[in-house]
Design a protein around this ligand. Sequence first.
Ligand code: CDT
Length: 301
Amino acid sequence: MRTLTVGAAQLGPIQKAEGRQEVVARMIALLDDAAAKGCDLVVFPELALTTFFPRWYMTDPAEIDTWFESVMPNAATKPLFDRARELGVAISFGYAEKTPDGHHFNTSILTDKAGAIVGKYRKIHLPGHSEFDEKRAFQHLEKRYFEPGDLGFPVWHALGGLMGMCICNDRRWPETYRVMGLQGVEMVMLGFNTPSVNSQKSDEGIEDRLFHHKLSLQAGAYQNSTWVIAVAKAGDEDGHHLMGGTVIVDPNGKVVAETKTEGDELIVHPCDLDATRFGKETIFDFKRHRRIEHYGLITSQ
Ligand code: CDT
């Protein structure tokens, strides 16, 4: 057994006016709870430090940049890194990244138990639109504020396993899991901010949204025989509701832990990374069973 005890640390809503320091204090409280429960790793949501700002239409580059971090860790997040190091707990969380040469990404990182960043992923599948869309019930401007990630879908030897990351909308694409699966991934960590209604289809509500969310995660986990840790930012942000549904999915595709609320809430599960072996060596032994001569269309268009 290679057991990694994982905490999926759901965050409740973060209002537009809420500062990063307040949010980091909430993250530290979840981290403390996770450490007391024996966690090796705590996973936080996408854009964990702020409200889901891509719902707001902005034109002033200086205003837009207030939502981005140009250094990580920085003054606001240092207390989180310091506490993680003191506790000997690895962390993963998402934030808006501005690079030294001015590129903007929706990013997540993984640290080791000493608080050093050992992995970085930049969101590849950016949903939504880039200009104000009056036809939508609310805006989802990720294509305006972020560039598609430029790092691919790497996996990292960390915490005694092979770890991968993706972010929110990436979880709906089978290619996301398969590219990591082909590298032998044993645990995929992801955060999400998912509005509980479809801005272009008012009759698609929270029940359907939760269904598609779990369907994607469970299929990705099963078809690649990997753990999937999916962590929400949930609840009502300035009148805009985000669904919950933080889950831990085992390599058999089963949900083994799930949050019950839309607030700050920790769920914990001891994840045996060796439980990925059976699927990888039998039905999803890619080397033996895949027929890549028939898959060309997937990458040619
Ligand atoms: N954050 C994020 O990627 N949210 C999307 C909403 C899609 S609607 C434009 C998601 O796939 O959950």
